[in-house]
Design a binder for this molecule. Structure first.
Ligand SMILES: [Zn+2]
Length: 314
């Protein structure tokens, strides 16, 4: 059995919640924690959320954008983008907690050789200078910059199975050969953000280091497993020192805003395989980040599967 799995837990993470009827609300995380409690997994250790400093957030985001979020957080209404991501009172602090918690867990993974999960993380649509698709600050983007610039890591692998393409990570590191990127998502012709096609493989020195696998709406586990095997082959061909795993649950059948039809077996399989690959190729260093998922029961089941998968359970 793999050693403890750290899971971030605390009210500060629940604050990242848009006013009803927005689909991203606190009920999804609450359901996950409830299900995790009922399983009584002996290897789970909870870690309290930590707020990121401005210095940490600006490892990825521009000063100008961070100031804009600060201002909108005080105003407490309106939108941070063109209509998907509302501002709310305290949204700066809520987003800063998501980033800080991801970075805190990264440090734990690096220092203690444990595996970890920030269920509120994985906000993969935010760009360096703007919000997008319910994402205020891109904790995954900050994590990549932190690993490369502060933690002495040379190459990072980022794997994303959210139903939506991880555009904020893909394009902000599109020419960076230090980021190995693989993303399985619903075909961009049928879902936000409308990107992530096969021919988008990176540019310059990074050509061939970005793998985008769009799959058709209504795809189920079989299509997912085929796509994930391609991701595994891709990872086998590259060298990296850390795995970041965005495990969005919005591809599970019954999500209100996507059309994929996975079961939580997709999440279980991906987490287990990535944990094995991490053990073999990069000292076991893997951090999972939650991402999307708008059917609370699905979110609970999928992320429970992630926790068990990281621990090597089927
Ligand atoms: Zn999503």
């Amino acid at each position: 059995m793999t050693g403890p799995i750290l899971v971030a837990r605390g009210d500060e993470l629940l604050r990242y919640s848009f006013p009803s009827p927005h689909p991203l609300g606190r009920q999804r995380l609450e359901r996950f924690y409830q299900m995790l409690d009922s399983e009584k997994l002996g290897y789970v250790r909870y870690v309290k959320p930590v707020k990121a400093t401005r210095e940490t957030i600006t490892l990825f985001h521009t000063e100008r954008y961070v100031s804009f979020v600060e201002k909108m957080s005080e105003v407490g209404s309106g939108y941070l983008d063109y209509g998907d991501t509302p501002a709310f009172p305290g949204c700066y602090e809520a987003a800063a907690y998501v980033v800080g918690t991801t970075i805190h867990l990264l440090d734990k993974v690096l220092d203690e050789g444990v595996k970890a999960f920030n269920p509120m993380g994985g906000l993969h649509h935010a760009r360096r200078d703007r919000a997008g698709g319910f994402c205020i600050f891109n904790d995954a983007g900050v994590a990549i910059e932190y690993l490369l610039r502060k933690a002495g890591i040379t190459n990072v692998a980022y794997i994303d199975i959210d139903a939506h393409h991880g555009d904020g990570v893909c394009y902000e590191f599109y020419d960076d050969d230090r980021l190995i990127f693989a993303d399985i998502h619903q075909d961009g012709r049928t879902l936000y953000p409308g990107t992530g096609f096969r021919d988008e493989t990176g540019t310059g020195k990074a050509r061939g280091l970005k793998l985008n696998i769009p799959i058709p709406p209504f795809s189920s586990d079989e299509e997912f497993f085929n796509a994930f095997r391609e991701v595994e082959n891709f990872l086998e061909g590259h060298r990296f020192d850390f795995i970041l795993f965005q495990c969005g649950a919005d591809g599970v059948e019954g999500d209100p805003i996507t059309s994929l039809q996975y079961s939580p077996k997709a999440h279980s399989y991906a987490a287990r395989r990535l944990a094995e690959i991490a053990d073999r190729k990069c000292g076991g260093r893997v951090l999972a980040m939650g991402g999307g998922g708008y059917n609370p029961d699905n979110v609970g089941r999928a992320w429970l599967a992630v926790v068990k998968g990281l621990a090597g359970e089927v």
